[in-house]
Structures are given as C-alpha cells and as structure tokens.
Design a protein around this ligand. Structure first.
Ligand code: CIR
Length: 257
C-alpha cells in the first residue's frame, strides 16, 4: 500500500519563494481546489492520502516533498535550503514518526531539499542546486549508506531542483530535460526527453505503473502515452506559479504495515 503525505495549501502561498519563475498573482482558492483534485488523483492511483492542516504562516508548506526523504528503512528530515522553509519540517517529523521507527535529520550547516533527491533503486542522486549543499549530501550519505544505498551529487543548471529536470517513469526509464541536467549522470537508464516546447514537463509522479503529470504539458504527455505509459493528468496551474509541480506536493512511500 502506498501512503502519500500531503498538506493543505497555505493562505499565504502568494508570498512563496521563487527562483526561476516570475511572480504572478496566485488564486489561492483555486490552488486549494487543484490540490484537492491532486489528492483525489493520488487516491485513484492507489495511495492512502494523509492531509496535514495548512501552515498559513509558511507560504511554501504545501510542498512537503522538500522536507523529507522516506525510504523503506528510515526517514531523513531535510534542512531546506531556503531559510523561510525550515519551519515546515517539525510537523512533517511528527507525521513521519508514525510510519518509520528510524528518523534522522540533516543538521546545520547542511542543506537539502527533497526536490533534489531522485532515488533509483539503491542509487540516490542529489541535485547540487542552490538549495542542497555538499554538507547536506555528505550527511545524507552517512545516514543511508549503512542500508545499502549509494549517494551521488548531480550538477543541475537553470532550474530549482534535480527533479525539476528529471524524474523516473519506470525501473529502466527517465523523463529528462536536457537543458537542465546531463543524461550522463544516469548511465544504464533509457531516457525520454520532454518536448522542447514544454521545458518544465520533466516532473512526474510515479505510483507503481501509473504516472501523474500536470495537464499543461500535452506534447510530453503524448510522448509518454506513445511510449506505452499509463499517464494521468491534473491541473496544477496555480501551484506551478509558486514554482511547484506534482512531485513536490506529496511524500509518497510504501507503508510496511
Ligand atoms: C520553493 O521555491 O521552495 C517553492 N516555491 C517551490 C518548491 C517546489 N518544490 C519541489 O518541486 N520539490
């Protein structure tokens, strides 16, 4: 059974951090409706969705992915690279302790955003972005290596997180934006590139054999459909204005219960 931890949209979402996206007015009511549709889509794909209450004083708190990495054996709480986001971790820690007996935490001066963490089996790739630093990557390695995981840094460019640039479609295949990350970091994997007219399309959620992606990337959607993938879409236009997409709104993991 898959569990997806999510959090309701903050009323202050309009004051979110932005790095590579220009600020545009966000309709927070619509964002909340889109987030509800996103949660419904996760349920249809087989997740048990846990929704934490909004943290209205933390604009980016809906983007729970950045606060933790959840593996079968343990959870690792991050220390987000944006100082404004560090207060998001405490409530996620409480929620995760119900699911994992071992909960570690990245400490200062390390920084790590979950959006930079791409796990491919036992290989964990971490974006060397403005949000995740070498100290954070070292700490993560020390936590997970005893459980058989490798951790390697991956250079990204012109994007917020590693998973803005590349996500996993199935055990052998990645969806990748070549302008933002080099495929050479992922030897042995088949790569499908985003449609060039849809630079932000590389971020998809994989739940088993199904994929969930934003509705705003029809050309990349068609590429995936034509390659045989079971693709579902959700309109997340208001969350995209906050530089979010689909992976960032949930922490998805297998529950051992
Ligand atoms: C931020 O800049 O931190 C938020 N406005 C967006 C975070 C999106 N997170 C993600 O894709 N993992």
């Amino acid at each position: 059974m898959w569990t997806a931890i999510t959090r309701d949209v903050s009323s202050s979402l309009g004051q979110c951090e932005l790095s590579f996206v220009s600020r545009a007015a966000i309709d927070v009511t619509l964002a909340a409706e889109q987030h509800r549709d996103y949660r419904q889509a996760l349920i249809r794909l087989g997740c048990r969705v846990v929704t934490l209450p909004a943290e209205d004083e933390l604009p980016d708190a809906v983007f729970v992915e950045d606060t933790a990495l959840v593996l079968d054996e343990l959870a690792v709480l991050t220390r987000p690279g944006a100082a404004s986001r560090r207060g998001e971790v405490a409530s996620i820690a409480s929620a995760l302790r119900e699911h994992r007996a071992i909960v570690k935490a990245i400490e200062a001066a390390g920084t790590l955003d979950g959006g930079d963490v791409l796990r491919l089996g036992q290989a964990i790739h971490v974006g060397e972005s403005a949000r995740s630093n070498a100290d954070g990557i070292l700490q993560l390695r020390a936590f997970v290596q005893p459980f058989g995981y490798s951790v390697s840094g991956v250079r990204t460019r012109e994007c917020l997180h590693l998973k803005s640039a590349v996500t996993q479609l199935d055990d052998e295949t990645l969806l990748l934006q070549p302008a933002w990350v080099d495929r050479a970091a992922f030897t042995g994997m088949r790569v499908i590139e985003v449609d060039p007219s849809e630079p932000h399309a590389a971020n998809v959620v994989r739940i088993g054999d199904a994929l969930l992606m934003p509705a705003s990337f029809p050309r990349t959607h068609r590429r995936l459909h034509n390659a045989g993938f079971d693709v579902h879409v959700v309109d997340v236009s208001e969350l995209q204005k906050a530089e979010g997409a689909v992976t960032c709104c949930s922490l998805v993991f297998r529950d051992q219960a």
